[in-house]
Ligand binder design. Structure first.
Ligand SMILES: Cc1cc2nc3c(=O)[nH]c(=O)nc-3n(C[C@H](O)[C@H](O)[C@H](O)COP(=O)(O)OP(=O)(O)OC[C@H]3O[C@@H](n4cnc5c(N)ncnc54)[C@H](O)[C@@H]3O)c2cc1C
Length: 369
């Protein structure tokens, strides 16, 4: 670990959390000449939400035009394909179909198409004949096709971010649980594993499911507003055997998610999910009794599921904030120059990871370069 004696600060720039967001921020900061140390409480990178998602590179269909989600998702979509191509990270621009189950849902489907257009994302309306040609197993009333949606190997993406960080003299240090000690003269003093105490000029809080807790700890020392976070668990089940679909198949979005959808991974295995379950605690157990709910939902667009074998798979936990956008708290929010809190970075966080990293870096350059 870098510990710089005889300097004003022990660290120049600490990034908490080696998930896809912390690593992307650290990569971008280190590229701009910041001396970055990523501190991760687990013994390896990406063990939490970043390895518990659908691995989808989203197009930017659903979001309000001026939101962070919309801007970062569109930029991130292009940036991820480019980065993955350059670095030979596995990805597949397989496309995605969003469907209306019945006539009643078509209004919603076309509203979504209009919203996507405002975001510069073109969704092609497919006639039932066209649909039968490309996805013969999908049963629905009408559908839209997004060409720019795909899937990516998230583990390899994070590994490449680490390669970049280390090439730029940054470090990723594991088994380091960060806690907040104090704020002295606008400098954050933090602890590692409840013992050592350090100071840092820049403190990037990208602790995923814990980032609001760290932000609240800091706000106890210097009062500012930290929004409430709701945990929404998303469970997945997997299909044994051959995939029925070549593309990602999505119903219309629901309140807290995109609806139980069908994705494929890079090994061509079909995975269904995630559902939405509000939880109080982080718990990655998947309850067997979700299967019947999944079968009911999936059989509405793929009746053959009833005769196929499925198994419980994994789950991930979303961090939801009330206004449903990413929250990036900087000086204007808390009057601490060296603090960035990344809150509510749920889907499409993976897709948005590169522009989020660049945004945080631009902020740090403004105040510290
Ligand atoms: C079910 C589900 C499906 C999703 N699907 C998609 C998708 O298809 N496409 C997409 O674009 N996005 C998707 N997302 C969103 C995406 O996965 C997240 O936005 C992204 O992974 C968040 O990354 P992160 O680095 O913020 O969090 P994490 O990956 O959780 O990383 C945070 C890290 O901080 C560490 N940490 C926490 N507290 C401390 C501490 N005190 N000290 C040190 N380290 C600490 C943790 O151990 C963890 O490694 C999905 C999310 C969920 C839940």
């Amino acid at each position: 670990m870098i510990y710089r004696k005889n300097k004003k600060y022990d660290f120049d720039c600490v990034v908490v959390g080696a998930g896809v967001i912390g690593l992307s921020v650290a990569r971008s900061l280190s590229k701009s000449g910041f001396r970055v140390t990523v501190l991760e409480s687990n013994s390896n990178f990406g063990q939490e939400t970043s390895s518990r998602n659908s691995g989808v590179i989203h197009a930017g269909i659903y979001y309000n035009q001026s939101s962070f989600k919309s801007i970062f998702c569109r930029e991130g979509n292009k940036a991820l394909y480019e980065y993955a191509s350059n670095r030979k990270i596995k990805f597949k621009k397989c496309g995605k179909i969003i469907f209306a189950k019945n006539y009643k849902e078509t209004d919603k489907l076309f509203k979504l198409q209009k919203n996507a257009k405002k975001n510069n994302v073109i969704l092609k309306h497919l006639s039932l004949q066209e649909l039968k040609l490309i996805e013969p197993d999908l049963t629905c009333h009408s559908a839209l096709l997004s060409d720019s949606t795909g899937i990516i190997d998230v583990h390899d993406l994070m590994l490449n971010f680490i390669v970049d960080i280390e090439k730029n003299n940054g470090k990723v240090v594991y088994n380091c649980k960060v806690g907040i000690e104090d704020i002295i003269n606008n400098t954050i003093r933090f602890t590692v594993n409840n013992t050592q105490s350090y100071s840092t000029k820049i403190f990037i809080n990208s602790a995923g499911l814990n980032s609001h807790k760290l932000a609240k700890e800091i706000s106890k020392k210097k009062n500012y507003f930290v929004p409430n976070i709701k945990y929404v668990k998303g469970n997945y089940i997997k299909l044994s055997g051959k995939s029925p679909f070549k593309r990602l198949i999505y119903p219309l979005p629901s309140k807290d998610g995109l609806g139980i959808h069908s994705t494929i991974n890079l090994s061509n295995q079909t995975i269904f999910g995630p559902d939405e379950e509000v939880v109080e605690e982080i718990n990655y157990n998947v309850n067997e009794n979700i299967v019947s709910k999944f079968i009911k939902s999936i059989s509405s667009f793929w009746p053959n599921i009833i005769s196929r074998k499925v198994e419980i798979d994994y789950c991930g936990i979303r961090t939801k904030v009330d206004d449903n956008d990413f929250i990036i708290q900087t000086f204007n929010d808390h009057k601490i120059k060296g603090l960035v809190n990344l809150l509510g970075i749920e889907s499409p966080g993976l897709t948005s990871s590169i522009p989020i990293g660049n945004y945080v870096t631009e902020y740090c350059k403004k105040y510290f370069k």
